[in-house]
Design a protein around this ligand. Sequence first.
Ligand code: SF4
Ligand code: MG
Length: 320
Amino acid sequence: GTPLVEVKALRKSFAVRKGWLGTSRELWAVDGISFAIRKGETFSLVGESGCGKSTTGRLVNRLLRPSAGEVWFNGQNIGGLSEDKMRPLRKEMQMVFQDPYASLNPRMKVKDLVAEPLLIHTKLSGAERDKLACKLLETVGLNSYHAERFAHEFSGGQRQRIGIARALSVRPSLIIADEPVSALDVSIQSQVLNLMQDLQEEYGLTYLFISHDLSVVEHISDRIGVMYLGTLVETAVKDDLYDHPLHPYTQALLSSVPVPDPKLKKERIILKGDLPSPVNPPSGCRFHTRCSACMEICKQAAPEFKEVKPGHQVACHLYN
Ligand code: SF4
Ligand code: MG
């Protein structure tokens, strides 16, 4: 069927000022990425901070406009849509953010936080919204007794549950979750991830899950895309990516993921050098300054992103 989300050759630049006299330069935060997300799946974007994954999330739900390329939602190119035509689609795409402390207004009662999207997108009465908010709180493992309290009275994990209830309130088809568990303790992380998986099944949700951490996305993902300096370097079905990573960057990231059985531990690959500035990315393959397999051609030509096995794409000259 039609993918729920399709991103085609997407690019986004920002103007950045350098030095105090401020010659303006362009930073390509996202520089030509393509992927599709099928209905009901979890697609994760993984990479170090500054690789463009959050920008991609904000391009998908059109909080940002692309500099080039297209975003399709449910078979519709949303690039040229007016705000009026966009409004019903915004209801379909909700966000869950990293920091429930920052994203929830501490002066609002929990029931009003949860029901706020209903106020924007529906004509429900106040009493109807309150009732639905209480139901949603139960859905995410809290209870209606919490409805009259304020966000600051809750723990981090509970706040993320409130954020999820809020996103769910308008029955979206897509939830873009940007580092949803990164601010939480490891034990709480798995509770929130389990909740997200249960809700996905119950409501037929599709997730775009953004994380810097391959160990966080392992259990929740169906497919994973690895980003480096604004580009996608590899996409694959989850098991294929963890068992047979092809790109040297993915191999390095995976070598630092903890495994339960130490005998299965692969040798840790330490990346040389620092992450280059996205304002002035390396020529050719952007990863070449840190890649132990770097060849002469890597410094000159950017590798094409292409399918090398069914469902497994990689951008690397090793696979040409
Ligand atoms: Fe390394 Fe070359 Fe592949 Fe880039 S293209 S990841 S530098 S081998
Ligand atoms: Mg980010």
